[in-house]
Design a protein around this ligand. Structure first.
Ligand code: HPA
Length: 274
């Protein structure tokens, strides 16, 4: 086993061989319940994560563990259906490994999607929400540990994690697709338990609109490597304490399935433009 950089390079080479594509331009991570999208595309080349050395095999429900390589307009797009979460016990360099591999394979733009709880004004289950910024409430960082200068700087700037130009393109794509796209700040909580009502109130008081258990590690690693990042959440439920009923993973999956069509229409418009 080499160091992280060498393992990433090895995996990048296997990805090129398996997909028959030396380079990719855009990578999109498909969150909970969004795994059906690749099935709507013609000529996508599928590679199982187990054939990509170093890719974590996702355990969470709704996370498949398959990579797809497909041409969309000018872009060769890598769709990653399924992600590993910190709450599964993975080290941060495992959680961020697929996105880092994709960036080494040439991806300049990283689209991260997720299911999230909504707590912001005007945000309701079924809404798609463009992430404008994030707050790390998990208490640890994707970049903790020794820095490898080949990947990025020790102290990367986080002023514009979610690239303004890509956000403009996302809003334009949503308009063309006829899909409403709201905007909000995403708070990363470690999980796997849903937040408490007090944690959700704290999030709201600090200006957060969304609570979720993913995305921030990958966004951080991608910015570390200098890639542009876009984040889109599907609000699957009112966050704890806002609705009267208790939360469950099943509710998240059900809403994700209902809203999947909107997400697909948005992706069709957006991915060729990133
Ligand atoms: N909290 C955290 N993560 C989530 C939620 C939530 O309410 N819904 C979907 N993912």
């Amino acid at each position: 086993m080499g160091d992280l950089y060498e393992r990433l390079v090895d995996c990048r080479d296997v990805l090129a061989e398996r997909t028959g594509c030396e380079r990719h331009d855009v990578v999109a991570v498909l969150g909970s319940g969004l795994g059906l999208y690749p099935g709507t595309l013609k000529d996508a080349v599928a590679v199982a994560y187990r054939d990509l050395p170093g890719f974590p095999i996702p355990a969470a429900a709704g996370h498949a563990g398959t990579a797809y390589s497909v041409q969309m307009g000018k872009n060769r797009v890598l769709l990653l259906s399924g992600r590993a979460h910190a709450y599964e016990g993975h080290a941060m360099d495992v959680v961020t490994f697929p996105v880092r591999t994709a960036i080494l394979a040439g991806c300049r733009s990283v689209l991260l999607t997720n299911a999230a709880g909504g707590c912001g004004d005007g945000i309701a289950p079924g809404d798609l929400v463009l992430i404008t910024d994030h707050v790390n409430m998990a208490g640890f960082s994707a970049l903790k540990g020794q820095n490898d200068d080949r990947l990025g700087p020790r102290f990367p700037d986080m002023s514009d994690v979610y690239t303004p130009e890509l956000r403009r393109r996302a809003l334009a794509a949503a308009e063309r697709a006829g899909v409403a796209l709201k905007e909000g700040i995403y708070f990363w909580w470690q999980g796997p338990m849903f937040e408490t009502p007090a944690e959700v109130r704290l999030t709201r008081q600090l200006g957060g609109s969304l609570v979720g258990m993913s995305t921030v590690p990958e966004a951080t690693a991608a910015r570390h490597m200098g890639a542009d990042v876009l984040g889109i959440s599907l609000c699957t439920n009112f966050a704890a304490g806002i609705a009267a009923h208790r939360l469950s993973g099943e509710e998240v999956m059900e809403t994700a399935a209902v809203a999947a069509e909107k997400f697909c229409s948005l992706f069709d418009e957006l991915l060729p433009t990133l």
